[in-house]
Design a protein around this ligand. Structure first.
Ligand code: ZN
Length: 336
């Protein structure tokens, strides 16, 4: 049973994640509060300018990528690097995880969020999947893949040239470990996967459901962990290693639609993160999903969206109502 816990205290909504109970506080009027950083008035020029200024010396641009990146051990990746049309997987030279790769997204140094084409995104996901499969084959203890895409510096992405990261851990990352445990508990209790029940319930309610295709459902999170959080929940697939080419294309198409919606909402920076079961596991209680959140616009000095409540107190304060996010993005989805 999916329960959407919500309490209203003064003008603040306290919302609780239906699976984990994690708390998010939403006051949409905060979106209009005075923010004494650079405003969005300057945004477009600043963002394009950041693209132009960061181009010289970029390690991922085609004229440098050969010399500035290294290769994986040959017993892991026999060709040294994995290339898939517009995407190239190379080792992360400053890793924070085992088997840590970077997947460069195309030759173009700077892209606006609406310039990520479906082919480019499909190649990127498939290149990441192929890297994960190569690691799993050659490093038997490494079974838990993670894929992230940090776009522009406010997302914690340090290089402007579009790239994602992919790595394979010995056990699930901490928050995912918790989610997997609670997903199993839900399955044991109700005999169904939370990850099948949630999209069905959201589709029925219609308030936060954005759309679906053959491979996945797209919805705005009831108790988001970040601003404008959108979840992509796969049907019948649990791990990144299982994703077939057509399913990657469906994910890319859905992501493309949401990024067009993000552009219309003035988003200029984001994080995308996978939640995957271990390689070659197909548990009944879990489905592969991705979460996308917006981050502050890359424009000079800005007001951060993450403060002491997220960093130190363990609850989130969000400006954006999920129901409004879904309403804004839905038209871009149905148009595709
Ligand atoms: Zn570049």
């Amino acid at each position: 049973m999916i329960r959407f816990g919500l309490k209203e205290v003064d003008s603040v909504q306290l919302r609780f994640d239906p699976l984990t109970g994690a708390e998010t506080r939403i006051n949409p009027s905060r979106a209009h509060r005075m923010k004494q950083g650079y405003g969005n008035m300057l945004a477009q020029t600043t963002m394009e300018e950041m693209g132009r200024l960061s181009r010289p010396g970029c390690p991922f641009c085609p004229d440098r990528v050969e010399e500035s990146t290294s290769t994986f051990p040959l017993d892991m990746v026999p060709e040294g690097r994995i290339k898939r049309r517009h995407s190239l997987v190379v080792p992360n030279i400053h890793p924070f995880a085992p088997n840590h790769g970077v997947v460069i997204l195309g030759d173009q140094h700077f892209r606006r969020p609406d310039e990520f084409g479906p082919e480019l995104l499909t190649d990127n996901l498939l290149a990441a999947r192929d890297f994960v499969r190569a690691v799993v084959r050659s490093r038997p203890r490494s079974r838990h893949p993670v894929y992230i895409l940090n776009y522009m510096p406010p997302s914690a992405g340090s290089i402007v040239h579009p790239h994602s990261q992919v790595w394979v851990e010995h056990r699930p990352v901490p928050n995912l470990r918790h989610i997997l445990r609670l997903s199993r508990r839900y399955f044991n209790r109700y005999g169904r996967a939370y990850w099948d029940d949630l999209p069905a319930k959201e589709k029925h309610l219609g308030e936060r459901f954005i759309g679906e295709n053959a491979s996945l459902s797209v919805l705005a999170s009831f108790a988001p962990r970040g601003f404008r959080e959108v979840q992509f929940i796969f049907k019948g697939v649990s791990s990144l290693t299982e994703v077939q080419d057509g399913q990657a294309a469906d994910m890319a198409q859905a992501l493309r639609c949401v990024l067009l919606g993000y552009r219309s909402l003035g988003v200029g920076s984001f994080n995308l993160a996978s939640f995957s079961a271990g390689a070659e596991e197909t548990p009944d209680h879990f489905r592969l999903s991705f979460r996308l959140i917006s981050r502050p616009y890359p424009a000079g000095v800005y007001t951060n969206d993450s403060g002491p409540t997220e960093k130190l107190y363990g609850f989130r304060v969000v400006d954006t109502l999920p129901e409004e996010v879904a309403t804004s993005i839905r038209p871009y989805f149905s148009r595709s």
